[in-house]
Write a protein that binds this ligand. Sequence first.
Ligand code: NAI
Length: 702
Amino acid sequence: MMNETLRQRLQDGVLVLTLNQPPVNALGNTLRKALVQAIETAQADPQVRAIVLHGAGRGFSAGADITEFGQPREFPWVGDVCTIIENCDKPVIAALHGMALGGGLELALGAHYRIAARGTKLGLPEVQIGLIPGGGGTQRLPRLIGAAAALDLMLSGRHASVDEAKRMGLIDRIATQDDPLEEACTWASEILAQGGIVRRTRDAQALGDSAPSLAAVEAARAGNARKARGLFAPFQILDAVKDAIEQPFEAGIQAERARFLQCVDSPQRAGLVHAFFAERRVRKAPETESSQPRPVATVGVIGGGTMGSGIAVALLDAGLQVIMVERDDASLQAGRQRVEKVYDRLIANGRMEVARKEAVLQRFTGATSYDAFAQADLVIEAVFEDMDVKKAVFGELDRICKPGAILATNTSYLDIDAIAASISRPQDVIGLHFFSPANIMKLLEIVVPAKVSADVVATGFALADKLRKVPVRAGICDGFIGNRILYVYREVASHMMEDGASPYEIDQALEEFGYAMGPFRTNDLTGGDIGYATRKRKAATRDPNARYVRIADQLCERNWLGQKTGRGWYRYPEGSRSGQHDPEVLALIDAERAERGIQPRTFSSEDILRRYMAAVINESANVLHDKIALRPLDIDVTLVHGYGFPRWRGGPMHYADTVGLDKVLADIRSFEKEDPLFWKPSPLLVELVERQASFASLNQLI
Ligand code: NAI
């Protein structure tokens, strides 16, 4: 029957089992049971001499059925299915195409032979949702391809291509056709003709001598100490591979199951699963549902500075045609050099071939006249952050670009409605707010002005997809979603600093929470001048009674801008990137406290964290209240992918729910007594507490 979850076909002694669970052959309970039954029947059936596992539709299998997450787990588990496949004494061949991920790849590891079609993505991404491969993957993969390669795949969760998989021995053959089934069946006959040898992955010998394998585990542990700080699952993966080296297979499998269950119970798993689903849901906005994107092949970029050059690289990497326009030849040359530098660094690290760079740059042209944009489908402006300059640029675009071309600005703060209103085609104007470095950072705020057409917004989302970015829909306000919240938590950090916490204590508290860098260290990395410019811009509209901490400005006045000037909040002797505490900064802070008559008090890490998070959560609630973000999950994704919020905590809104909104509000009300101008409880937060509702309840609305 064609609609069965597992299709079976016997031909010339080869039984083809086709997983048929659209859309991605997730290994749900029905399919797992069907597989076990089919293999057991085949084992006993003398007509079956070999088995080929295959997937219907888009790919072999994307692994676990995510809709079963959180429900009681029913037997057989994926690991049981893998063991039954491996134990079969008739050769089993996995014929892979599309994707073999997570439990899908583990099934293939349970098989005795593997063939994959070109384009198949192979990987064990469990770590990304706080898990370890729990279907025998941690024990079979290192035995098959060695400890170092197995750890690389499992700790990153990345996808390997078929060429890489073949090189590392993860697959035996690359199919010549798109569908590998026919070749797998031919291969099965060959294997039978040669005696039908069963080759079990558990018996593979790639781990070899234990000493170098154990050294590889320890090297990976050291390499992940910083990257995976605070995370649970990566260290379970490391220990599981150590088990694979030191223990018999069965014991390793038992230990893997125990580790897997510990991961399931860990609170960070809830955070990671939230992040995982949020990252998918942000890709849908009202406009993506109602409209088709406009086609985009050629993109203009105006400005070849920090952002323009990074945006150009992101576009080139996605295979688009790029035209960069700068003010004059010298600036254009500098812009081109910034672009080339990215590729030269990849070449220097052995991650790109020179010929590939040349091929990529074939799609890159430069000009000093906007006339070059006549045929562009989309133009992204990244010139100086100055309204008059931007309006002049848009005036030129209005004159030159073809009808229907999308005109985008990368502005961080300026009013895009005002830019749109200054030209004759406001319906084509949108904000595409990239983050620095634009070719690396995943976040892309799609900023939606009042008059823009829905298909332009849909095109922004489609572009993000093409660039492999995470798009978040944002409304117009000062700073959109991310920078608006950033401004407020920077303020609270400076308040705490003036009141007695050192910048180093504040950074440490947040780094312990899970940020890769605290706010002061981050400031040193991005440059103090950016925040300084923002504060100066806001000076005119600032409430004269509001608290204003001058210390950051005093650093900027001394040109202590951070890493680029060798000192900021930290000192960076001779280009060092890990900063040292600076007694002169502490003295400057002390002097300012004395001048203002502030008696410094002590802040524990917990005090620091509570104030900082209260500020983040309160301003996030305001952003929602003002309808700048669609849902709480959009804020979570913004702060995780643009501002270093630890992903395993899910994002600030998810975190707030885990703390309890009543507790957060109580904190805000107590801080309000000290500074009622800064600490105004957000009306939305108050309402949620009154209704005893959570931020999560608002995620369901769209
Ligand atoms: P930048 O100063 O590094 O680069 C600006 C470039 O624009 C310069 O190379 C300049 O020669 C060129 N330019 C100026 N006027 C021009 C014109 N009329 N025609 C052609 N080229 C012109 O500045 P950056 O940092 O790249 O910022 C650009 C924009 O991106 C600003 O709106 C900024 O707010 C925004 N942005 C900056 C971020 C950052 O981290 N630096 C992050 C996100 C957005």
